[in-house]
Design a protein around this ligand. Sequence first.
Ligand code: FES
Ligand code: FES
Length: 168
Amino acid sequence: MRESEVKVNGQIRMREMKDNELLLDLLRDRLEVKSVKAACWRGECGLCTVLLNGELVKSCLVLAVEASGGEVVTVEGIGEDGSGGLTAIQRAFMEHGASQCGFCTPAFVLTTHELLRRNPSPTESELSEAVSGLICRCGTYNQIREAIAAVKSYDKRSVPKKLVESIR
Ligand code: FES
Ligand code: FES
């Protein structure tokens, strides 16, 4: 065990970390960040994806101690104005029925956010590539693609700057 500090969604959280503890387990089991889903524990489903120091990582493949001193952002941390309100992406998922059981939705929303933050006008193939590592067991891939395309059209109506800033 070691005392450590990690910032999660803007808040400093101090916890003793076991040397072999996964970031996934720290977030879900001890910090109660339940949007981060545990499904395969071996890097295949992508549903445990979080931002660690600005990079998308699968938290089942990262040790908690690797996040020590760093910053983790999950879908709870990307509200439109930092207040927890819905983002344009979240609204698009609702409007297009891109969420059935909702198990995969946080990972898709977070991944799409990060894509648009880096590249506000992705091509179809860039979009597909960005979410290709995520599995939706309900098979809502078509609706998810429609939702993401709708966010791109919101982009053209000049929402993107706010959208892009919301993830900082
Ligand atoms: S639980 Fe991490 S990739 Fe599936
Ligand atoms: S909506 Fe159920 S896993 Fe994707």
